[in-house]
Design a protein around this ligand. Structure first.
Ligand SMILES: NC(=O)C1=CN([C@@H]2O[C@H](COP(=O)(O)OP(=O)(O)OC[C@H]3O[C@@H](n4cnc5c(N)ncnc54)[C@H](OP(=O)(O)O)[C@@H]3O)[C@@H](O)[C@H]2O)C=CC1
Ligand SMILES: CC(=O)N[C@@H](CCC(=O)OP(=O)(O)O)C(=O)O
Length: 342
């Protein structure tokens, strides 16, 4: 093992998924595991699936506990990362699973999060043009939001090749673990189990500006977005249906060729065979995004559907993929490509 990693927020969903993946990583050893109110309790009480860590006790989340590791993962609620990160030197790779350092525009941050902007870190989505190279030099990484990863991967090849107009719709069905472990009224079992429920409707979701930020950069022009997430009674997974008007004269073959070419060498994005559509199950526990694209000739729109596991490619796996790049390791080290079925 060449490196050690501390995980802040180890009792949570994102922290638990980081630990699951790190246990199978050949180059990174799990060091400190910390929490908030649950500090002092056994990790296994919160993560019963992580048997190899059965002897670990959660430490309090302090800089003293996190210091002395090569990598520090912050899987904490929004707003908690800056104070910790600024006390860790540049010799430590800090990977933030929260939103604090994703947005570049301070006013946009304040509008959607209601707190002062902490800053902007290199963005942990290696598939974006030029981003893989930036991540190889990073000592700070902002992991994208889970809806943002899947919508960005679903739409960007069409925009980058100017095959579509920048007038985007995204409707994303998501599992409940995206909301974290802390109890929330809308996640009470008897209410969530029998319903599909939209939320953040009308441009209010905080992933709206992050998706726009990514796709504006790719398109080289401003984009408009209507984004509607829908909560579904499943623990993991997001299925995102993304559409945009076709640019004049663009054919289905051109669109398909652009997606296949863009993702041909990507280790974790699978453009499915024609006629096969992504579903969340085919990405469960894998660091993959499944993508399919077609055109609706009557509507004059491109339709791309993308699926991922919000905790794997959507958080912890994406974080580890970027970590590998920043540490100079092969990008796919320790990352599962195979899903769990049924
Ligand atoms: N879930 C997902 O799909 C995704 C999550 N993320 C981001 O990852 C981060 C973690 O999310 P998630 O794991 O879902 O959330 P959880 O609620 O499941 O976990 C939160 C973790 O943070 C700890 N914590 C809470 N408050 C404090 C505090 N004041 N001081 C120290 N530790 C604290 C909790 O410890 P304790 O048990 O002691 O309370 C727990 O370990 C968030 O920023 C989230 O936005 C990003 C992409 C997707
Ligand atoms: C079901 C659900 O509530 N999902 C979360 C996804 C959270 C996420 O991706 O993470 P960040 O909070 O780090 O951006 C949501 O839509 O807000």
């Amino acid at each position: 093992m060449g490196y050690t990693a501390a995980i802040a927020g180890a009792s949570g969903y994102a922290g638990g998924e980081l630990l699951r993946l790190l246990l199978d990583h050949p180059e990174i050893e799990v060091g400190a595991v910390t929490a908030g109110g649950n500090a002092g309790t056994p990790l296994i009480e919160h993560q019963p699936h992580l048997r190899p860590l059965a002897d670990r006790i959660l430490a309090p989340t302090t800089v003293e506990e996190l210091r002395g590791h090569d990598v520090v993962y912050l899987a904490l609620p929004h707003g908690q990362s800056a104070e910790i990160a600024e006390q860790l030197g540049d010799d430590v790779l800090v990977v933030d699973c929260g939103a604090d350092f994703r947005l570049t525009d301070a006013a946009t941050w304040e509008r959607f999060y209601g707190t002062p902007h902490a800053g902007t870190w290199p963005y942990g989505l290696p598939e974006l043009p030029g981003q893989r190279e930036r991540l190889t030099e990073a000592h700070r990484i902002a992991v994208p939001g889970c809806h943002v990863t899947v919508a960005t991967l679903g739409l960007f090849p069409g925009l980058a090749e100017q095959l579509v107009e920048p007038d985007l719709t995204v409707v994303a069905v998501t599992g409940t673990s995206g909301a974290g472990k802390a109890p929330k009224p809308h996640l009470v079992g008897s209410e969530v189990m029998g319903a599909l429920s939209p939320y953040g409707v009308g441009g209010k979701h905080r992933h709206n500006p992050e998706i726009i930020q990514n796709l504006t950069a790719v398109a080289g022009q401003s984009v408009s977005l209507s984004f509607t997430p829908v909560l579904a009674p499943l623990p993991r997974g997001i299925l995102s249906t993304c559409t945009a008007p076709l640019a004049p004269g663009v054919t289905a073959d051109q669109v398909r060729a652009a997606y296949e070419a863009t993702y041909a060498d990507e280790p974790f994005v699978d453009v499915l065979p024609e006629g096969t559509w992504p579903n969340t199950a085919m990405t469960l526990a894998a660091n993959t995004t499944a993508v399919q694209v077609t055109v609706d000739p009557d509507a004059g729109r491109m339709v791309a559907v993308a699926a991922l596991d919000n905790l794997t490619k959507g958080t912890a796996g994406g974080a580890l993929q970027s970590t590998n790049l920043a540490l100079g390791l092969p990008e796919a080290t320790g990352l599962p490509r195979t899903a769990v079925a049924p």
